[in-house]
Design a protein. Structure first.
Length: 343
């Protein structure tokens, strides 16, 4: 039977569009993934997301820096009362195990109590000994690992090349310590994002999350103090993501792309898939609108697929990516030439 006949058959008998997709080799019932945040840090909240229809979850990150800080605090306190080096060693291991224990426990519970694919997340800044956490998370049942790497380059004489190497080294180290698929959540501030994606793929990454949204500083003029800017994204932030999803999905097709930042509704989800994303990650919209937004986004996605007669997400994934456009310049254009020249 031709695809169009299939579709006619499905319509007539009320068969719904197939939203299934794969990401990092995992089978998801739809392309909506809850991004890592406080909303994916407890079994109760994750269950609510599952009931609303989410396709997978990325658990709240294990923070390498936080664990190191906890170790540092305890060592500092303990040094006042005694100075046995074995005690320091014990404290270091205790804090690490305890912190990791909280996360492995959550992984195990989510696996037991839901049917969701579970992606554990590690927030890290270098390829240190912590890479063994990945093995612990795998043992607890995680289906994949997402590495949230943020290396803030602040040294005058450090080359950009060496910064990119940090990211690739982290991926390679984690790949060594676990067998489950690994994705990397990167920020958008690389000189060559397509080249970075290729390098991460070569180091063993199966997926790239584009992009993380970092805590950004702002200044309070009333108090002349530094403060944190808005925690939540706005929908307009998705446009930069769209550009890079369109470009990277065409140039590095072997890597699965998860679009992230500014995706607040069904339209944004559809656009990201048209540009080539396998899945989208939702975070701010879950905080702002509650888990029920997942259900309405799924309805919008289905309505779009119905309107265009798409039977599955494969039917339109990448249809408007860089390589599939007759005039891909729209992705490349970064200055408003037309706009300015007409004024
Ligand atoms: C309150 C809050 C907590 C977050 N915690 C994490 C985290 O633990 N690990 C992580 O990788 N990203 C974290 N993020 C970033 C989100 O996963 C996401 O990348 C970012 O918010 C952009 O997506 P959005 O526009 O859908 O919000 C957090 C975001 C928010 C708002």
């Amino acid at each position: 039977m031709e695809r169009d006949d299939d579709w006619f058959f499905d319509k007539k008998y009320g068969v719904m569009a197939n939203l299934e997709t794969t990401y990092l080799g995992l089978k998801l019932k739809n392309p909506l993934v809850a991004g890592s945040s406080g909303l994916t840090g407890s079994i109760g909240k994750i269950r609510e997301l599952e009931e609303a229809g989410i396709g997978a979850v990325v658990l709240k990150s294990v923070f390498e820096e936080q664990i190191n800080a906890e170790v540092g605090d305890l060592l500092h306190q303990s040094n006042r009362s005694h100075d046995y080096p074995e005690a320091d060693y014990y404290i270091q291991n205790y804090v690490r195990d305890h912190s990791i224990g909280r996360h492995t426990e959550l992984v195990a519970r989510v696996k037991q109590e839901t049917r969701l694919p579970v992606i554990a997340s590690i927030n890290c800044v270098a390829a240190d000994e912590w890479t063994s956490f990945a093995g612990d998370l795998e043992k607890a049942g995680a289906d994949a690992i997402e590495l949230n790497v943020f290396y803030l380059a602040t040294q005058r004489f450090q080359s950009s090349e060496s910064v990119e190497k940090v990211y690739a080294d982290v991926v390679a180290a984690v790949r060594k310590s676990s067998r489950i698929p690994v994705s990397v959540k990167i920020g958008s501030h690389f000189t060559n994002i397509v080249g970075t994606a290729e390098r991460l793929k070569a180091a063993g990454a199966g997926g790239i999350v584009m992009f993380n949204r970092f805590y950004e500083p702002d200044i309070n003029l009333e108090k002349l103090e530094l403060k944190a800017s808005d925690v939540f994204s706005t929908p307009s932030e998705a446009r930069d993501v769209l550009r890079w999803v369109g470009l990277v999905s065409s140039q590095v097709p072997q890597v699965d792309l998860a679009a992230s930042t500014g995706i607040h509704d069904g339209e944004a989800v559809v656009k990201m898939i048209l540009a080539g994303a396998r899945v989208v990650q939702l975070c701010s919209t879950l905080y702002l609108n509650g888990p029920s937004v997942v259900t309405s986004i799924l309805q919008e996605l289905e309505a779009f697929m119905d309107k265009w007669n798409f039977g599955s997400t494969d039917d339109f994934r990448g249809r408007l990516s860089y390589k599939n456009l007759p005039d891909p310049m729209v992705y490349e254009r970064s200055q408003f030439m037309k706009y300015y020249s007409g004024r």
